[in-house]
Design a protein around this ligand. Structure first.
Ligand SMILES: Cc1cc2nc3c(=O)[nH]c(=O)nc-3n(C[C@H](O)[C@H](O)[C@H](O)COP(=O)(O)OP(=O)(O)OC[C@H]3O[C@@H](n4cnc5c(N)ncnc54)[C@H](O)[C@@H]3O)c2cc1C
Length: 405
C-alpha cells in the first residue's frame, strides 16, 4: 500500500513538472525571462539558486560598474525595478550600486515568480521529441517543449596558458575570489586592466595585501574620462543611451540589438569588442593611488617554487608573489556548459563557441534558446550586461510559438 502511494505521488509529481519553457539559471536573465513568461501565462520553470553567481563568485565589497538606470531586472510592467525594491525595503538609493544591494534586489525580484522558481541545478539537457528532457540534481526528470539557457559566464573563465602549471590556490580567477580578506599580508600580482582586475586590486589593497597590477596594455583606461560629454542635456542623450555600454555613438547603436544583429559579423565583432574594451570605473583611480601598476608588460613565464610563485615578465624582470589573481576575462564556449551533452552542442550552429541566434534568441535546434553573454555575438554587447534583460525577455517571449497562440 505504502509503495503504491509512493509511486502514485511520483507519477503525479512527474506530470506536474512538465512545462512549456524550462529556463536554466536564475541570474538577472533567467529571472527576467521567467517574469515575462509568467505574465503571459506560459507554463514555465526557472531552475537554479537565485543570483547564485553574484552572491558567491563576485568579490565582497564590489560596486556595480553599470549605472543605476541600467541595473534593473526586467518585468513586463516595470514594477520590480531597483528603485521599487529600494522603496519597498526602505533603503536609501545609492550610486554606484553595492553588490549586496544588487543580490538582495534579485532575491526580492524572484518572489514574483512564485512556484515557477525551482532552486535545483539542472544536470543534463537532452533532446526528447517534441522537446527536451532535463535531469535535475536529485535525479528527477522533467520534460519541456522549449529550453532557455540563461546560465551565465561561470564556466568560461580564461586562464592563460602561462599560468596553467600553477595550482588553483596560487592562480585564482577574479570570479572565484569572493573573500579578499584571506589575502591580508600576502603578495598578490593582479593580471589585467579591466574592471574586474582593477576593482579586485583596490579591494585587495584595502584588505592589506601587497598588490601589483600587471597589464599588457600600454596604459590603464578609465571610464568617464570625457565626463563632460555626459552632461550636455539633449546632446548627451543623442550620443549615449542610458545603458551606457560603449563609447560615444556606439553606445546609441548597441541599445538596438535587433539592428546590431543585421550588421555583418566582422563589423559587429568590432563594435562588440570596442564597446567592452578593458577599462576601470571612475571611482577606482583614487583607491588605486598607492598600488603599483605596471603597464605594457606581460608575464612570459610562471612557476611555483614551494609556496611562492615566480613570475618572469617580458622585460626580463621578476616578481615573487604568494598568489596570482587573474583578471583575464572569459571566453564564451557553450561546449563548456557541463549540462549540455556533446551530441546536442554539435547540432547548435556556432561562431567559435557562441551560438548563432536568430530572432527570438533561437538556435538551429528547434526549441533551444540562449540569452545573456552567449547571445552577444548575435545581438551585440548589450547582452553582456543586466541592461540587456529587457530586450532579451520581450524578444524571446514574443517569438515563442506558445506565446503567439
Ligand atoms: C566581476 C564582474 C562584474 C560585473 N559587473 C557588472 C555590472 O556592474 N553591471 C552589469 O550589467 N553586468 C556586470 N557584469 C556582467 C554580469 O555577469 C552580467 O550582467 C549578468 O550576470 C548576466 O546575468 P546572467 O543571468 O546571464 O548570468 P548570471 O548572473 O551568471 O546567472 C546565471 C545563473 O545560472 C546559474 N546556473 C548555471 N548553470 C546552471 C544549471 N545547470 N542549473 C541551474 N542553474 C545554473 C548560475 O548559478 C547563475 O546564478 C559583471 C561581471 C563580472 C564577472
Amino acid at each position: 500500500m505504502q509503495e503504491q502511494k509512493t509511486s502514485k505521488v511520483t507519477v503525479v509529481k512527474g506530470k506536474s513538472a512538465d512545462c512549456q519553457v524550462a529556463v536554466i539559471g536564475a541570474g538577472p536573465y533567467g529571472l527576467s525571462v521567467g517574469a515575462h513568461l509568467k505574465a503571459k501565462g506560459i507554463v514555465a520553470r526557472v531552475f537554479g539558486e537565485p543570483m547564485e553567481f553574484w552572491a558567491n563568485k563576485m568579490p565582497e565589497g564590489m560596486l556595480l560598474r553599470s549605472p543605476r538606470v541600467a541595473s534593473s531586472l526586467s518585468d513586463p510592467d516595470r514594477a520590480f525595478t531597483l528603485e521599487a525594491y529600494e522603496a519597498a525595503s526602505r533603503r536609501e538609493p545609492c550610486a554606484p550600486v553595492p553588490l549586496d544591494t544588487f543580490v538582495e534586489y534579485g532575491r526580492w525580484f524572484r518572489h514574483q515568480l512564485g512556484s515557477d522558481l525551482d532552486p535545483r541545478t539542472v544536470l543534463r539537457v537532452e533532446p526528447d521529441a517534441p522537446g527536451f528532457k532535463l535531469t535535475l540534481q536529485d535525479g528527477e526528470e522533467i520534460r519541456s517543449t522549449n529550453v532557455v539557457i540563461a546560465a551565465g559566464i561561470g564556466p568560461f573563465k580564461k586562464k592563460p596558458a602561462v599560468f596553467q602549471n600553477l595550482s588553483p590556490q596560487q592562480a585564482i580567477h577574479c570570479y572565484e575570489s569572493r573573500d579578499v580578506r584571506r589575502f591580508a599580508g600576502k603578495r598578490v600580482a593582479v593580471i589585467g586592466a579591466g574592471q574586474s582586475a582593477l576593482e579586485s586590486a583596490a579591494l585587495l589593497h584595502e584588505a592589506n595585501a601587497q598588490v601589483e597590477v600587471i597589464a599588457r596594455e600600454s596604459h590603464v583606461r578609465w571610464i568617464g574620462q570625457h565626463s563632460w560629454l555626459h552632461h550636455m542635456g539633449p546632446i548627451s542623450t543623442m550620443l549615449y543611451s542610458s545603458h551606457d555600454v560603449g563609447p560615444v555613438g556606439i553606445s546609441r547603436l548597441v541599445a538596438y540589438p535587433n539592428i546590431v544583429s543585421h550588421i555583418p559579423l566582422k563589423l559587429r565583432d568590432r563594435i562588440r569588442t570596442r564597446a567592452v574594451r578593458a577599462a576601470g570605473s571612475r571611482w577606482l583611480p583614487e583607491r588605486l593611488a598607492a598600488v603599483k601598476i605596471t603597464t605594457g608588460r606581460s608575464v612570459s613565464h610562471a612557476k611555483a617554487v614551494g609556496d611562492e610563485v615566480i613570475l618572469k615578465l617580458d622585460d626580463g624582470s621578476e616578481r615573487r608573489v604568494d598568489h596570482v589573481l587573474l583578471g583575464t576575462g572569459y571566453q564564451v564556449d557553450i561546449s563548456r556548459y557541463d549540462f549540455l551533452p556533446l551530441e546536442l552542442t554539435r547540432d547548435i550552429e556556432q561562431f567559435d563557441g557562441y551560438p548563432k541566434l536568430s530572432s527570438g534568441f533561437r538556435t538551429s535546434v528547434p526549441g533551444l534558446h540562449f540569452v545573456g553573454a552567449t547571445a552577444a555575438r548575435s545581438f551585440g554587447p548589450l547582452l553582456y550586461f543586466v541592461a540587456g534583460t529587457e530586450f532579451a525577455s520581450r524578444e524571446l517571449v514574443h517569438h515563442l510559438p506558445s506565446a503567439r497562440r
